[in-house]
Design a protein around this ligand. Structure first.
Ligand SMILES: Cc1cc2nc3c(=O)[nH]c(=O)nc-3n(C[C@H](O)[C@H](O)[C@H](O)COP(=O)(O)OP(=O)(O)OC[C@H]3O[C@@H](n4cnc5c(N)ncnc54)[C@H](O)[C@@H]3O)c2cc1C
Length: 509
C-alpha cells in the first residue's frame, strides 16, 4: 500500500467530490517506479467507482494519463505524483471528472480561446514547493482546451532524461520541445507568456488614482487595503503578486497565525485585496516615475498611469554573487532555492556561498540530500545564529571555508567547479563540484527610481516615520526601504503607515 491511512482518509473525502467517470491509462514496466505507480492507481480505483483503469503504452514508461471516457485530456503524470505533487493529482482527478477549476472566469475564457497545439512538459521534484503551481496551472489549461496537453515529469524517476536535457532547476517547462521557462509561474504568467494575457493598452486610459501602489507583496497589499478603506481611488501594480512570500515555505512568525506557507499567504493577501474596490494590475512592471501636475508611472509596456500619491513597495530580490560563470550557469548548476533544486543534486558535491542564516539553513538542508556540501564564507566567521552553526558542525558531510572570496564558477555546458581566493594567504583554490547555491542576501528593487527619490548607498529608499520619501506625494514601504529589519509583519506594518501617510498628505494638499 503506497498511501498511509491518514492520507487515504483525506483522499476518500476528496474523491467523493468527483462528478463523472475518469479513465486512467497506465503505461508501466517491471521497474520499482512502475510497481509503485500501479499500486497507487489500483488504490485509487478501489476508492472511487468513478475511476477506471486501462493498461496501455504511453510516450513515457512509467506514466499514466487522466482522461474523460472516450476523450483524452492530455494530462499525464510521468512518475508517481506523491509529495508536493499529490495535490496536483487530486485536483486533476476532480477537474477531469467535471468539477470546475477554481480560477477566474476571465482566465477560463482566455484559456478556451487559445488556438493551436501546445504540448507542455514540466520537470519537477516531489519536494519542490514551487512546482505544483505550475503543474496545476498547466493541467487546468489541458482540461479546458483540447489543443493543450501537459506532462509532469518527476526528475528522480527520469534521471537520464533530466541529465541529457541539462535540467538542474525545477520546475523547468518545455513547450512543444523547446525551453519555455523555469521557476514558479502562475496561470496568469503562463497565459501572458503565450500571448494570451490582458491587453496592456487598456491601462493607459485609466482615470487618475488617489493612491497608486507599486508592488504586490505584503507591504503593497497592506498599503492598498489601508488606502481603499479610506474610500479613495486605489490601484496596485505588481510584477508578480505575492512578492518574496511566493518563494517562502513555512512561515511561523506572522503573529496571530501559528503556521502558514508562502503561496497560501500570498493567496490570502490577494483575496483580502480583492475584497475592496482596488484596481489590481498584475504582471505589470513599473519602469519610470516622474512628478508633473500629478505623479506619473510608466510601465514596461509603455502605458502611463497617473496618481495624486504613489506608494513604492517593490521589495527585494536574491543578491547575485556577481562572478564569472554565475549568469552563464544559472539553472545549469547555479541555483538559489535549496528546497526546490536540492533533490536534483542528490549524491553530488555542491557549494553554498554565504554563511548567514539562509546560507547555513541551506547547507543543513542540502547535507541531507547531496554527497557533500562546502560552505564558502567571505568573512573570518560565520554570521548565522549559534544554534544553526552547531547543527551544521555536527554534520559529517559538510566543510566550512572562511575568508573565502569566490572568484569564478567554472563549467562547460554546466557547472564543474568553483574557484576562490583565500583572503588570508591570497592563494587561489579550485574545488570540483556540480552545484553552487548562492545565499548572500537580498538587493532592493529600486534601480528604476534612480534620480527620483533619495536612497541609501545600498539602494534602499529613505523614508520618514510617515513612510514619506524625499519626493512629496511619494511614499514607500517594506523591504525596498531603509527599515532596519526585513520581515513580513514589518512590511505589512510599514505598508499601513505609508497608506495613512499618503491619506494625510491628500487631505493637506
Ligand atoms: C526564502 C525567504 C524566506 C523568508 N521567510 C520569512 C519568514 O519566515 N518570515 C518573515 O517574516 N519574513 C520572511 N522572509 C522575508 C519576507 O518575505 C519579506 O520581508 C517580505 O516579503 C517583504 O515584503 P515586501 O512587500 O516589502 O516586498 P516583496 O515581498 O519583495 O514584494 C515586492 C513586490 O513588488 C513587485 N515589484 C518589484 N519591482 C517592481 C516593479 N518595478 N514594478 C512593479 N512591481 C514590482 C514584486 O513583483 C512584488 O509583487 C523571507 C524571504 C525569503 C526570500
Amino acid at each position: 500500500m503506497l498511501l498511509d491511512a491518514e492520507i487515504k482518509a483525506q483522499l476518500a473525502q476528496y474523491l467523493q467530490m468527483m462528478e463523472g467517470d475518469v479513465l486512467l491509462k497506465v503505461s508501466t514496466g517491471s521497474d520499482k517506479v512502475s510497481q509503485d505507480m500501479l499500486s497507487l492507481v489500483d488504490e485509487l480505483a478501489t476508492m472511487s467507482s468513478h475511476i477506471k483503469v486501462e493498461k496501455t503504452e504511453l510516450e513515457r514508461t512509467p506514466s499514466f494519463s487522466i482522461n474523460r471516457l472516450g476523450e483524452d485530456t492530455g494530462i499525464t503524470f510521468a512518475g508517481v505524483p506523491l509529495g508536493h505533487e499529490f495535490t496536483s493529482l487530486v485536483l486533476a482527478l476532480l477537474q477531469v471528472s467535471g468539477r470546475a477549476p477554481k480560477v477566474d472566469q476571465k482566465a477560463i475564457e482566455q484559456i478556451m480561446n487559445i488556438k493551436g497545439e501546445y504540448h507542455f512538459e514540466t520537470y519537477v521534484s516531489l519536494t519542490c514547493h514551487n512546482c505544483p503551481d505550475v503543474v496545476q496551472a498547466l493541467n487546468v489549461m489541458s482540461v479546458l482546451n483540447p489543443g493543450i496537453s501537459h506532462t509532469m515529469i518527476d526528475g528522480a524517476a527520469y534521471k537520464e532524461e533530466v541529465e541529457s536535457k541539462n535540467i538542474m532547476a525545477v520546475p523547468t517547462v518545455f513547450l512543444n520541445g523547446e525551453p519555455f521557462g523555469s521557476g514558479r509561474m502562475s496561470l496568469e504568467e503562463i497565459l501572458a507568456k503565450i500571448g494570451s494575457g490582458p491587453d496592456a493598452s487598456e491601462l493607459s486610459n485609466k482615470e487618475p488614482f488617489d493612491v497608486l501602489v507599486i508592488g504586490g507583496g505584503p507591504a503593497g497589499a497592506s498599503a492598498a487595503i489601508y488606502a481603499a478603506r479610506k474610500g479613495i481611488r486605489t490601484g496596485i501594480v505588481a510584477e508578480r503578486f505575492g512578492g518574496q512570500v511566493m518563494d517562502t515555505l513555512g512561515i511561523e512568525n506572522l503573529i496571530g497565525t501559528k503556521y502558514t506557507e508562502g503561496p497560501k499567504l500570498a493567496a490570502s493577501l490577494e483575496e483580502h485585496v480583492k475584497e475592496y474596490d482596488i484596481d489590481i494590475m498584475n504582471l505589470q512592471r513599473a519602469k519610470r516615475l516622474e512628478k508633473k501636475d500629478m505623479i506619473e508611472v510608466e510601465l514596461e509596456n509603455g502605458a502611463v498611469l497617473k496618481s495624486k500619491t504613489v506608494i513604492l513597495s517593490t521589495g527585494a530580490r536574491w543578491r547575485n554573487v556577481g562572478v564569472p560563470g554565475e549568469a552563464e550557469f544559472k539553472n545549469k548548476g547555479v541555483a538559489y532555492c535549496p528546497h526546490c533544486d536540492g533533490p536534483l543534486f542528490e549524491g553530488k558535491h555542491v557549494a553554498v556561498i554565504g554563511g548567514g542564516n539562509s546560507g547555513i539553513e541551506a547547507a543543513i538542508d542540502l547535507a541531507g540530500i547531496v554527497k557533500h556540501v562546502t560552505v564558502l564564507e567571505f568573512m573570518p566567521e560565520l554570521k548565522a545564529d549559534k544554534v544553526l552553526q552547531e547543527r551544521l558542525y555536527s554534520l559529517p558531510n559538510v566543510t566550512v571555508i572562511k575568508n573565502a572570496q569566490t572568484k569564478e564558477i567554472t563549467g562547460t555546458d554546466k557547472v564543474n567547479g568553483i574557484t576562490y581566493i583565500d583572503r588570508e594567504t591570497g592563494e587561489e583554490h579550485h574545488i570540483e563540484l556540480q552545484g553552487v547555491f548562492v545565499q548572500i542576501g537580498l538587493v532592493p528593487n529600486t534601480e528604476w527610481l534612480e534620480g527620483t527619490v533619495e536612497r541609501t548607498r545600498f539602494g534602499e529608499i529613505i523614508v520618514d516615520k510617515h513612510g514619506a520619501t524625499s519626493l512629496p506625494g511619494v511614499f514607500a514601504a517594506g523591504d525596498c526601504t531603509d527599515s532596519a529589519y526585513k520581515q513580513i509583519i514589518i512590511s505589512m506594518g510599514s505598508g499601513a503607515t505609508a497608506a495613512l501617510g499618503a491619506f494625510d498628505y491628500l487631505i493637506r494638499n
